[in-house]
Write a protein that binds this ligand. Structure first.
Ligand code: GAL
Length: 371
């Protein structure tokens, strides 16, 4: 009941900020974000090292016969491409046979993805790993997968708190594996706050003037990164001024286009460009250069994900900073959770991992760990 109420309040708050434009998320997602810090539910990855559990309970040879269905919201997404490559690699390393792992592209269309889930159910896969297209479809998807008695691991797009409560109440073999996007937003804001007002306030109005380029509101990451990046600045005592807040759908070309428009409209008043992810930051960087501006000299730019290209730009100073969205930990954690269901070890319903702040100080180290 309490959670329902909080979700409602959050949902209304999101609608209000939608009307307000700048100063909050422009997300109009029908799914309220998880009402409580998910990290408090399970701060650690799956209770037992899955590989050991698998070896004890079934032996690797058994995993080789298990069929895994993986639904990705769309293949045309830089971060989810790294994620699915690692997921496949790790599943094989744990003993699954490559031919038993089927990864499908939802092409950013929920109807397409729902059809793929139906096919996996008809095919009697042993476990499903799903990156939803629409978070709001979680309840429907959960119901049909649970009815087919197939364990389910959600990834990347976190179902809302009410939905997660249902898994716990019914003791279903359903969980979510991901990172808490509030942390990534906070790190983005801190990267700017740490520069100090003197360095950022080029127009000397006493405020940090920024634009926000948001991801697809179907992922609660977009709303949280938007909110918490700005909150980190105000928490650090800065006054902020949002000049523009647009939805770039995680897309490099779209992000670049939106930043180009903003630069035309607000020119030198833009001191900081916040992008909810690195793909959009790459687009933003191109537009910043085209406008004759220089990151680190007369504007700052931050993203999230730590794509190798972006980390390279952090090293060279062309992008101020990013936040490592650990696709290794998330993909391996999702695979471990799938294994834990197959071996009967079971899982917590919410499994979290951490983001890492990336600035020039540690970018080389992060780059080395990515390669
Ligand atoms: C986010 C990631 C974005 C995009 C999105 C897809 O976590 O930062 O780059 O991949 O997931 O839902």
């Amino acid at each position: 009941m309490k959670k329902k109420l909080i979700s409602l309040v959050l949902a209304s708050a999101m609608c209000l900020t939608l009307l307000a434009g700048c100063g909050g998320s422009t997300s109009a997602s029908s799914s309220a974000p998880a009402a409580e810090p998910a990290a408090t539910e399970a701060a650690e990855p799956a209770a037992e090292p899955a590989a050991d559990a698998a070896a004890e309970a079934t032996g690797d040879s058994d995993l080789a016969t298990k069929k895994v269905g993986v639904c990705i919201y769309q293949f045309n997404d830089n971060f989810m491409t790294l994620y699915r490559q690692e997921l496949e690699r790790y599943l094989i390393e744990q003993g699954f046979a490559k031919e038993n792992i089927t990864i499908v592209d939802g092409a950013n269309d929920q109807a397409t993805q729902s059809g793929q889930i139906d096919s996996f159910i008809a095919d009697k896969v042993d476990v499903l790993i799903i990156n939803l297209v629409n978070s709001s479809s979680a309840a429907t998807v959960t119901d049909k997968v649970v009815a087919a008695n197939i364990p389910l691991v959600y990834i990347n797009r976190e179902p809302d708190a009410d939905e997660q409560q249902r898994w716990a109440d019914n003791n279903w073999n359903v969980c979510y594996v991901g990172c808490d996007a509030r942390q990534s937003g906070t790190y983005q804001g801190e990267i700017i706050a740490d520069l100090g007002l003197d360095a950022v306030d080029f127009n000397k109005n006493g405020k940090i003037d920024y634009i926000m380029i948001e991801g697809d509101p179907e992922n609660v990451d977009a709303a949280y990164r938007t909110e918490f990046s700005v909150k980190a600045l105000t928490d650090a005592g800065f006054e902020v001024n949002c000049l523009d807040d647009q939805v770039g759908m995680w897309d490099q070309a779209k992000g670049g286009e939106l930043v180009a428009n903003s630069l035309t409209q607000y020119g030198n008043d833009i001191e900081v460009v916040f992008c909810n992810n690195d793909a959009m930051a790459l687009g933003a960087l191109q537009s910043i250069k085209n406008a004759g501006r220089t990151v680190g000299k007369d504007i700052y730019l931050v993203g999230v994900d730590a794509l190798t290209e972006v980390v390279g730009y952090v090293i060279s100073g062309e992008i101020t900073g990013t936040v490592f969205n650990n696709h290794f930990a998330q993909a391996d954690g999702a695979a471990d959770a799938a294994i834990n269901y197959l071996t009967g070890a079971g899982n917590e319903h919410n499994i979290q991992c951490d983001y890492t702040k990336v600035t020039q100080a540690n970018a080389q180290e992060i780059l080395d760990s990515l390669q």
